[in-house]
Design a protein around this ligand. Sequence first.
Ligand code: ZN
Length: 262
Amino acid sequence: MGDIRITVWNEYQHEKVNEFVGGIYPDGIHGAIAEGLKQHGFNSVRTATLDEPQHGLTDEVLAETDVLTWWGHRAHAQVCDEVVDKVQNRVLEGMGLIVLHSGHFSKIFRKLMGTTCSIHWREADERERIWVVKPSHPIAHGLPPYFVNEECEMYGELFDIPTPDDLVFVSWFEGGNVFRSGACFHRGNGKIFYFRPGHETYPIFHQPIIRRVIANGVRWAAPAGGPEFPYTVPGTVGHIGINEKEPHETISDKGSLRERVG
Ligand code: ZN
């Protein structure tokens, strides 16, 4: 566990321009998420933010990242497409990706999903009850049957995502909406976990149970060590097909199609 290399990415904008948000997250949202991961025994945790060169996601950083967590909200459009392509490539190669809250609208999540990822939403300090609907899933490890956010922003269906490979959480909101709050996907060799809570005006990422879910998500999303994904071009951004000229077994001679059809 200690050797899973984690990069916590945050656009880090609200905290700098909004005093209230800065008060909740004096070390940035990334600082709070990184602190939670360290509490759960992860030793290799680095952070990266939008304003750094290449948003802190250089080739070297991505190559040394087993799991990337992503929080963004107001600056999705400022994330450069070349970096998005590189992150996608790394996911296909096996890097885990944890997408948090408003990260549903990030370029990288929409690219990996292939859908709009649109939602319904409301800011009304609502109570949220998050139900574990797949208790056998590793992300549910150590959790009670449900947990509560006393006040939060509402996200409601329809959430325009592909049908998840696994659905771990479903949320109920005071105002009557429901939402698929914990959804797992596989793309190439990579695993993706979307987790809903985390609006910047609430101390969500300081909460022990939220930190536990993110830690569980990181463990689940870490590379599985299976055979190498064959369709990325190492060191570049590109996807290839492979022409297998040499078969693995002898293919019998069936004559020409013209003869068989007569
Ligand atoms: Zn939000």
